[in-house]
Design a protein around this ligand. Structure first.
Ligand SMILES: *Cc1c(COP(=O)(O)O)cnc(C)c1O
Length: 405
């Protein structure tokens, strides 16, 4: 028989969303008429917008004609789309040949494991989007799981809590090869300031580390003084890779289109370019994002598409504002600065799963327990602003009426 990959056997998660579903189904068995509303997972709910839909439609129709048909394209992405991402999403501060389009940010997180292999040390924000840790576990880069501490041996967990303004204390952080950093953050919603990111870049430079910057929510940043990209920070081009996606800003969660940006200045110890290795990986194990979808992405970066993008984001941000206002009105402490689709609600002294169950059972509203994102998430639950307006209004009403938190 074939031996199971020992790294896969080390995975701890895969527990969060199944457990949420288990508890939800248990409620529905007890109360079959309960109209459960989910503000749990970060999945988009609103339809694709007209101009972007039209772009996809035209691309599809083109594929059905002799003149418009295309087969395999460049694995790195369509030249025109790479250029338009550099221009429209980065105001030209990056070059088109540093942008690699893909089937999404999560998939790129997985392929980044191939780039760095199993010998690297890692730091992650705590709490964090689970893929950084789990992807590293699968790659064999995390060491053993320490059952007592409920942590992996070779990972530095950078605690991000209200006490440190959700920004890690770099003075006490040991050097690691890689630093995963997500801003605006999933799940806390915190956005690092330019000053904070400058500290992170300087820290990486001093330690010769590489920052893997997840900017999947960059378009939700409304405050002009806050950075949308790590490359707005001086020196970042020598120390950072950025991962981004069309999933959240234009609802491409199911359509699938993202990109990774690897600057030419970023080098390995031996002087070779990280970008060249990334190019090699993408041309080897990836065969390009869908040509239809990339044309949809091009439409999204037209003036009309960008306008629609802003409208979709404003819609979700109004949801977020309603949730925040509702929590405020019943005295629940929560964190949301108006620059992300997540509200991070705090219940000091309580367990996330207990709060989750109370909200589910009393208000029939699904949230996500903060502890599922890492030990520093204990005591928090995450409310997601991805939902239809009626559902959000109803959920907020119920939370206000039914909860005595
Ligand atoms: C949703 C999400 C992603 C996933 O993006 P895809 O492009 O859909 O794979 C990546 N990072 C974070 C932090 C996310 O919340």
């Amino acid at each position: 028989m074939v031996k199971r990959n020992k790294n896969l056997a080390k995975l701890q998660a895969g527990y969060l969303f199944p457990e949420i579903n288990r508890r939800k189904n248990a409620l529905l068995e007890k109360s079959p008429d309960a109209k459960v509303i989910s503000l749990g997972i970060g999945n988009t709910t609103e339809p694709l917008t007209p101009h972007i839909t039209e772009g996809l439609k035209k691309a599809c129709e083109g594929m059905g004609t002799v003149g418009g048909y295309s087969g395999y394209g460049d694995e790195q992405g369509m030249t025109e789309l790479r250029a338009k991402i550099a221009e429209k999403m980065y105001n030209g501060i990056v070059d088109a040949d540093e942008v690699f389009t893909s089937d999404g940010a999560k998939c790129d997180c997985g392929r980044l494991q191939l780039l760095f292999g199993s010998e690297v040390s890692i730091a992650v924000q705590d709490p964090a989007y689970p893929v950084y840790v789990d992807g590293s576990v699968i790659a064999g880069a995390t060491g053993e799981y320490n059952k007592d501490k409920e942590l992996f041996d070779n990972i530095e967990y950078m605690s991000c809590t209200p006490e440190n303004d959700f920004f890690p204390d770099l003075d006490i952080l040991p050097r690691t090869d890689l630093i995963y950093f997500c801003s605006p953050n999933n799940p806390t919603g915190a956005v690092a300031t330019k000053e904070q990111l400058k500290k992170l870049v300087d820290f990486a430079k001093k330690n010769k580390s590489i920052i893997l910057f997840d900017a999947a929510y960059s378009e939700f940043v409304k405050d002009d003084s806050l950075p949308k990209s790590i490359f707005e920070i001086d020196g970042a081009r020598e120390v950072a890779i950025e991962i981004n996606s069309f999933s959240k800003p234009i609802g491409f969660t199911g359509v699938r289109l993202g990109w990774t940006l690897v600057p030419k200045e970023l080098k390995f110890e031996d002087g070779s370019l990280v970008r060249d290795d990334w190019n090699r990986i993408m041309t080897t194990v990836f065969n390009g994002a869908s040509n239809i979808v990339q044309l949809g992405g091009l439409a999204a970066l037209d003036d009309e598409g960008l306008k629609e993008m802003r409208e979709v984001i404003d819609f979700y941000m109004e949801n977020a504002r309603l949730i925040k206002e509702g929590l405020d009105s019943v005295g629940v402490k929560s964190y949301w600065t108006g620059n992300s689709p997540y509200i991070w609600a705090y219940f000091p002294g309580r367990k996330s799963w207990d709060v989750f169950s109370e909200i589910l059972e009393k208000a029939h509203v699904v949230t996500t327990p903060g502890s599922g994102f890492g030990p520093a998430g204990e005591g928090f639950v995450r409310f997601s602003a991805f939902g239809h307006r009626d559902d959000v209004i109803e959920a907020v009403k119920r939370v206000k009426e039914k909860l005595n938190l």
